[in-house]
Ligand binder design. Sequence first.
Ligand code: NAP
Length: 277
Amino acid sequence: MKKILLTGANGMFGQDFQHIAIEQDYEIISTDIHNLNITDFEAVKDFFCKNNCDIVVHAAAYTNVDGAEENKELAFKINGTGTENLAKITAEFNIPIVYISTDYVFDGTKNTPYVPLDKTNPQSVYGASKLAGEMAVQKYNSRHYITRTSWLYGKNGKNFVNTMITLAEKMPELRVVNDQTGCPTWTYDLGGGILKIINQSMPYGIYHVCGSGNTTWYGFTKKIFEIANIKTKVNPCTTAEFLRPAKRPAYSVMDNSGLCQNWEKSLKQYLDIVYLI
Ligand SMILES: NC(=O)c1ccc[n+]([C@@H]2O[C@H](COP(=O)([O-])OP(=O)(O)OC[C@H]3O[C@@H](n4cnc5c(N)ncnc54)[C@H](OP(=O)(O)O)[C@@H]3O)[C@@H](O)[C@H]2O)c1
């Protein structure tokens, strides 16, 4: 049996990942800020001295995209320095690391799907801090997987799908951005994709682990409401009409090389399970 040390275990992805990995007979060492603060180098080192594992799945992060614009130092401390600490220590212990990154490392100016080696050019503090994490992992631990995901949703966290369903109960009509295109990803697809990479001992490097196909936030909402039989009217709007502190890429579709199934199929499964639809 292989042992995975998971950071960010209490987060939206971390909670689902534990179930998926245990189902595949992995043993999990669950960590989060209360028992492994990744920004404390000595504490991380001490933890690894006391706990053996075969691989690290690093999901802990500062994930408030808009909040990062005002909390740059904290975002870089957690996503950059915290990841650097893990990269250095895993290398010292000769342990491979899986680092979860984001489509927000791209500027969104392409009009064909991003492939892993495309040029990065983050437009937000969050994106830049996650890219700092990617660079640290590449610099300090040659045994690394960088798994970029996007538009993530799962039952245990604040996410777009749950927000839209809640809003639909309160509002007669909704306006949703129709000029940002990306790949919705269910936590189960990200988890499954990561385990596929590990199980098949795929070559170290960068992978895009996101739902296949693509849509806009407006298209995503329409599909959620169609599956959930919600009648609330949805109107398309532009990014300019819905200004947020952090700039988002207009186009962040990623080529996942077949690692995950179609996003619409996953959305249906998610809504079936969580909302019993
Ligand atoms: N959500 C998305 O749409 C999305 C998209 C692309 C990529 N990602 C990436 O996917 C990964 C998982 O995202 P998620 O949505 O599951 O995030 P999440 O729900 O915010 O979970 C992150 C976890 O990390 C913990 N954490 C924060 N600072 C820490 C520290 N210093 N030491 C240890 N743990 C710490 C958080 O604890 P607290 O809650 O107590 O702060 C939280 O439990 C992240 O790397 C994220 O950047 C997410």
